[in-house]
Design a protein. Sequence first.
Lengths: 412, 75
Amino acid sequence: MRRVVITGIGVMTPLGSDKNIFWNSLVNGKSGISKVESFDVSQYPSRIAGEIKEFDPTKCMEKREAKRVDRFTQLGVCAAIQAWHDAGLDHVQLNKEDVGVLVGSGIGGIQTTEEQLQILAEKGPRRVSPFLIPALIANMASGYISIMLGLRGPNSTVVTACASSTHAVGDAWHIIGRGDAEIMVAGGAEAAISHLAFSGFSSARALSTRNDEPERASRPFDLERDGFVMGEGSGIVILETLDHALKRDAHIYGEVIGYGMSGDAYHMTAPDPEGRGAFLCMQRALKSAGLSVEEIDYINAHGTSTEFNDKIETMAIKKLFKDHAYKLAVSSTKSMTGHLLGAAGAVELIATLLTMENGVIHPTINYENPDPECDLDYVPNKAREGDVKLALSNSFGFGGTNATLAVKKYQQ
Amino acid sequence: MSVENKVKGIIADQLEVGIDKLTLDTTFEDIDADSLDIVELVMALEEEFDLEISDQEIENIKTVGDIVRYIESKV
């Protein structure tokens, strides 16, 4: 398999829409959670989220183009353009037939769906927009990015709920590894802060209702956690063969060296109570990277702040890593961003790459009350220095779908 | 407001083109309108002028002037 490195990153998150602002917020333990402003949440038990306030899609696409696509595609396009610039690819002669796109989304264009359903109910089928279907389909972020950047390589998407973008990066790594592309634009985009998604997650009792203290609501691994906080955004990375990156003297953030996938085969929304799915995908990521458990310095946890996830992810880490589980650092980016669903994995991979690059591990904020069942080193509340050479990034989704990426600090 | 000005206003709004760029001879190609844009535009026109434009009639519409003349013949 060819070696694949990451040479560009782009983020649109509640903590900032620029890699430096994003990273500084993470290191300073800043919360991106606040009261929902984009729609009326007065009827909902949960009224907080990680919104991207004042997002202006016309900064990265024409107004007319922005109008045609859903917000998740706008977010995906903006992060992809950031990543493309960051990788310095706009100044490089490329065979764009060898450059592909694989951007996942857990839900796709749910805001467009909602809007058009309302029109259908009020005005009838003749008034439903011809852009409904192209705007709502989950592969449109991948499609639109390829249109904007002229990329004719493999073009696809992954829809695996909250594991979507971790799968997308892993699958893109395979596509390059097996020789089907030289470069892949990969990651995820999500924009589900709206009535339909909020009501569905609320009914499923998945969301935190700590409405009076939005910044303290996402508290992974803390005993008082009461559900996840929804976020929106996108994360995109540029994956590239090492040879190609070296030839053009690109900046290398890190190397993808392993990828594991598994299924829980247990329940639609609840994780396997023994953590078997999480265990298997971490084990497979290590196996594909040729690593032993003792070599891992850091795990960017799925860490959602739900009772089940945090307990069971901890259990799976302890089963797999045994004594070493207590020696490695584990932190949850979601404690600050909220849960970006299908975009979460890619944003967290980017956090992991920046951790390796800066030698600083970002904290899990709001960790105040230890839960006897969550007893690992979660880097509570304060960032700390740490030389991370090998790391895992976990994502688990509804449907019992699990993905883990293994990344390595770049060495020749 | 005349039908012509109303039509130009709707096109300018939907397709994000300057209203001053639109003349009666402007074609959909001139303003890069694809088939989906045209369907959406027709919906807005139907709504504004309270009429129904059939798919067959849409095919005969090529310019801003065609739209204006069509609407003037119906209202």
